[in-house]
Write a protein that binds this ligand. Structure first.
Ligand code: AMP
Ligand code: GLY
Length: 437
């Protein structure tokens, strides 16, 4: 069995989790992470390259003879990192530039869904203010206004009045608050329901779904305050019954991959469907073309299979063969692939996040967490021998458990041991699941 040198691209909790899971594989010789974070250093060598430095990353892979690159964040995917690596014969996990449009342009994604009858909210696209305003007046609120391109999770504005809606349109189209990402604006129907994330491994033809997860986007308990990258997550999400997962697989995930193939944009990598489960059924809110953060922190600990084998099968177009050998083809939550244990993660963030915040505070107690707690680092650094805060989201404190309650309790026991100046976390992770009990 040949052992591989693997390079992970990115620096957050998602990438730490990827490194941790990859390190368990018998197929791994060495793991690098660019730029990575200090939490990964026992498992991976950090490479000081920016995720958008495509040329430098390609040169590093050639020099070090990297066998497989695993791309975490969306930016390098939309910039064509996978294309550049494949051009020089380096295997890369993730969609190419054309396929990454599914996340890079919401207009592209919405038009694709319309053309292929994939369920999503009704919408219109505008590049001028007046027609956008006129349309908003014609429909009833609340109004959902979205910038077309990548806006670091900030490009969606939910407005409860027409005045707010008009301001949102101006902010995107005139003030260019999101730069070129705001050349077009989408106004769409407001959907009511529970949100759910379903991700799947895809090799362009075959779709192997992952277990479900729900994240917590608002910064404060009870879903109050502004949206963040995600303040915690848990898996499985009770809203994702096996019947619902089948519907999502058959009406959304598989049709999306088939549609992309028909459009000549073969989709390989992780397809992430951000869904609203409405009374009329699941509707796509957004696609992402990569692992979610912090969903990855609760999904990969539940994966029994060797992650390297799955990623290679995706890259070589052999996912169907891999799943058949495992006996998990088209099975939802196959017990051969996934552990039944639940998993929860609590994000510890810097006070002020997602607005401005200070960094450089020493993180204490990391060695005191119970041994069954997994601490994935997001925004941390090493300064004068100490681990300090270096970002908005600092740590994802994670635990498996016989049931969701146990997983959540163990994760919070970990959180209780850790402290840094201004530490903020939500105390209600998984509350929707508990409310259903
Ligand atoms: P997105 O980045 O498109 O997922 O949007 C960010 C968040 O805005 C979602 O997680 C939802 O909470 C909310 N959202 C987006 N689109 C809609 C919609 N059509 N109706 C209701 N909420 C929405
Ligand atoms: N948790 C949402 C995302 O990864 O975009």
């Amino acid at each position: 069995m040949t052992k591989l040198k693997i390079l992970v691209i990115g620096s957050g909790g998602r990438e730490h989790t990827l490194v941790w899971k990859l390190a368990q594989s018998k197929r791994v010789e060495k793991i690098y992470c660019a730029p990575g974070n200090v939490g990964m250093t026992p498992l991976a060598e950090l490479v000081p390259l920016k995720v958008e430095d495509i040329g430098e990353i390609v040169r590093f892979c050639q020099k070090e003879r990297i066998d497989l690159v695993v791309v975490g964040p969306e930016l390098p995917l939309t910039l064509g990192l996978v294309d550049a690596l494949e051009e020089v014969g380096v295997k890369a996990f993730g969609p190419n530039k054309q396929a990454a449009e599914l996340e890079g342009s919401k207009v592209f994604a919405k038009d694709l869904m319309t053309r292929y009858r994939i369920p999503t909210a009704r919408y219109e696209v505008f590049n001028e203010v007046q027609p956008a305003r006129d349309f908003a007046r014609e429909i009833s609120g609340p109004w959902v206004v979205k910038a077309d391109g990548l806006a670091a999770g900030k490009g969606v504005l939910i407005c409860s009045t027409l005045a707010e809606t008009e301001q949102a349109i101006e902010k995107i189209l005139v003030e260019k608050a999101f730069g070129a990402a705001g050349e077009k604006v989408i106004i769409e129907e407001f959907l009511v329901g529970e949100e759910l994330s379903l991700m799947a491994f895809c090799d362009g033809k075959t779709v192997v779904p992952m277990v479900s997860a729900q994240d917590h986007k608002r910064v404060f308990a009870g879903d109050k305050g502004p949206n963040t990258g995600g303040m915690g997550a848990y898996s499985p999400a009770p809203v994702a019954t096996p019947e619902l997962c089948h519907i999502v697989l058959e009406q959304i995930l598989q049709p999306t991959v088939q549609a992309m193939a028909k459009e000549g944009r073969t989709f390989k990598g992780v397809l992430y469907a951000g869904l609203m489960i409405t009374e009329q059924g699941p509707r796509v809110l957004e696609y992402n073309v990569r692992f979610g953060d912090p969903e990855t922190q609760v999904i990969l600990p539940r994966l029994k299979s060797d992650l390297v084998e799955i990623l290679l099968a995706v890259c070589t177009g052999e996912l169907e063969k891999w799943a058949k050998e495992l006996g998990a083809l088209s099975a939802i939550n196959s017990k051969k692939m996934w552990q039944e244990e639940a998993c929860a993660t609590v994000v510890m963030a810097s006070r002020g996040y997602p607005g401005t915040y200070r960094t450089g505070f020493e993180i204490k107690g990391l060695t005191e967490v119970p041994k069954e707690v997994l601490v994935f680092h997001s925004g941390t650094a090493k300064q004068e021998g100490k681990i300090v805060t270096a970002g908005g989201r600092v740590l994802a404190v994670t635990a498996l458990g016989g049931n969701l309650r146990q997983a959540v309790d163990t994760a919070y026991r970990g959180v209780a041991k850790i402290n840094f100046t201004g530490a903020h976390y939500r105390e209600d992770i998984a509350y929707r699941a508990f409310r259903r009990c």
